[in-house]
Design a protein around this ligand. Structure first.
Ligand code: FPP
Length: 239
């Protein structure tokens, strides 16, 4: 794998799509695809420091994914619990700080407990910042942020005339994160699916044909090399 020579660290966000199709292609249950997808995360997290990526955010479960069969939802929830338990020590070894975004209210107590535990355990790590989006939806996030902001206005703590983009951003789940520089979606679909809607205003996008369980660190490296060549103007005209 090529190591990028950069001191300019980036936030990459990934929509890990194609687990189901990967499994179906092999005549296996969809959950096997999710299991392979979970394994894939480790290789990609480990590659981050070599590719100039300081922040990695992965979309694990959306607010819309509850519409899947009860068996698939239960299987995914159980996979999340096993994943956190299994990877906890590895996160410490690799210097990974783990945090979650999304609405935790609908998640079961055992999973919420493990999320709190891994966030607390890894809170002093800073080599790689891994954010896992769980029961996350961009519109839901903005709605919840607006509700909390409105509560502060009602209490007289914020003047409506002072509300601007920075104020709202402070109430988003992602208040601790820089905006993503690059959003990658695997599996060949070219959709955003309610992921980081506010935060991706100036992000670059890469839609990759590979299913997530086949997304290797070599493909990740190629994507980052391409990203390095992009001309990012953020709405300005470069003289
Ligand atoms: C989309 O593929 C993937 C998901 C809805 C789940 C993502 C979960 C993982 C990668 C594994 C577990 C993650 C963690 C953090 C342990 P899809 O099922 O929609 O695939 P399809 O479009 O081919 O059906």
């Amino acid at each position: 794998m090529n190591t990028l020579n950069t001191t300019d660290f980036k936030h990459v966000a990934i929509i890990m799509d194609g687990n189901g199709r990967w499994a179906e292609q092999r005549g296996r249950p969809r959950l096997i695809g999710h299991q392979e997808g979970a394994r894939r995360i480790k290789e990609i997290v480990r590659a981050c420091p070599h590719l100039g990526v300081s922040h990695l955010t992965v979309f694990a479960f959306s607010t819309e994914n509850w519409k899947r069969t009860q068996a698939e939802v239960a299987g995914l929830m159980s996979l999340f619990r096993r994943y956190i338990r299994k990877e906890m020590q590895d996160f410490m070894k690799e210097g990974v700080r783990v945090r979650f975004i999304g609405d935790r209210i609908r998640l079961d107590a055992k999973l919420r407990g493990l999320m709190d535990e891994v966030e607390e355990l890894t809170q002093n790590n800073s080599r790689i910042h891994l954010t896992i989006a769980l029961n996350y939806g961009g519109r839901d996030e903005v709605a919840r942020a607006s509700r909390r902001l409105a509560e502060q206005v009602a209490l007289g703590r914020i003047n409506p005339a002072d509300v601007d983009e920075t104020t709202l951003a402070r109430f988003l789940d992602t208040c601790f994160l820089p905006d993503p520089d690059l959003v990658i979606r695997t599996s060949g679909e070219a959709r955003i699916s309610n992921f980081l809607l506010w935060q991706s205003a100036y992000a670059e996008y890469e839609f990759i044909d590979t299913y997530w369980p086949d997304f290797t660190k070599e493909i990740f490296s190629e994507v980052m090399q391409r990203f390095g060549k992009r001309d990012r103007r953020f709405g300005a005209v470069v003289a």
